[in-house]
Design a protein around this ligand. Structure first.
Ligand SMILES: O=C(O)CCC(=O)C(=O)O
Length: 232
């Protein structure tokens, strides 16, 4: 990030201090910093494989694509299900959210909506929005930018906290999540990665070189229009 001149000159590099109006720095992918050996030592640690192998009861694989994020001031993630981005393979795909370092919620941490994956009150949401594929349907991915709307309409409970280096959050493709807004002047560093049973189909957008989301340029439908059609 310093090489890309994204940090405030003269400040300690390890604090990740951003200039005024610093925005997110692109670091996702299959190459570069997301695959630096120091990063993969965390994201592909034997402890993660051991956990998933015991959870799945068979060998686990992880997608080569790493969603490494440096989230800037005033930036945040809207509420969504991950299936809309990576739902073409197994239903047993799981996300692992990994904070890099200790992160307070004022720096923009992950919030999970407890119950959103299984409460009956979310069933219409799971049957409609939960079946979207953003690349096939050419539609926005976030269901809403206002997380409180979720609990007001469907129930559940938002859970958020401060995280320490070494914590992870693990969840399936139909658990609603979002992040708090980064209100500090330091980038929030985290990465989300995916694990699944090795014998099950994969979503090739995230395992094969040269694929990914649509390159763009097409007309993208707004979530507001889709929600009107679903009556949500
Ligand atoms: O870190 C974030 O802001 C979003 C992460 C996310 O959406 C995920 O882990 O699936």
């Amino acid at each position: 990030m310093q090489e890309q001149k994204k940090l405030t000159p003269g400040t300690p590099v390890l604090e990740g201090v951003m200039p005024a109006e610093g925005r997110s720095v692109g670091m996702m992918g299959r190459k570069g910093i997301a695959h630096h050996p120091d990063i993969t030592a965390v994201l592909e640690a034997p402890e993660l494989y051991r956990f998933f192998e015991s959870y799945f009861g068979e060998p686990a694989l992880t997608y080569s694509y790493k969603w490494l994020r440096a989230v800037g001031n005033e930036d945040y993630t809207g509420a969504h299900y991950d299936t809309v981005y990576m739902g073409r393979g197994t239903k047993k795909l799981h996300t692992v959210w990994v904070p890099f370092g200790d992160l307070g919620l004022e720096q923009g941490t992950l919030a999970m909506c407890r119950g959103s994956n299984q409460l009956d009150s979310f069933s219409r949401l799971r049957e409609t929005y939960g079946q979207v594929d953003v690349d096939r349907d050419l539609i926005e991915g976030w269901f809403t930018r206002d997380p409180m709307e979720i609990v007001e309409k469907f129930g559940g409970q938002w859970v958020i906290g401060d995280y320490c280096a070494g914590d992870v959050i693990i969840f399936g493709m139909h658990t609603m999540h979002a992040s708090s807004t980064n209100l500090t002047n330091c980038f929030r560093l985290s990465c989300d990665i995916r694990f699944q049973p090795a014998s099950e189909p994969v979503d090739e957008r995230w395992t094969k070189e040269g694929i990914g989301h649509n390159p763009g340029g097409e007309q993208i439908r707004s979530m507001a229009t889709a929600r009107k059609n679903w009556g949500l």
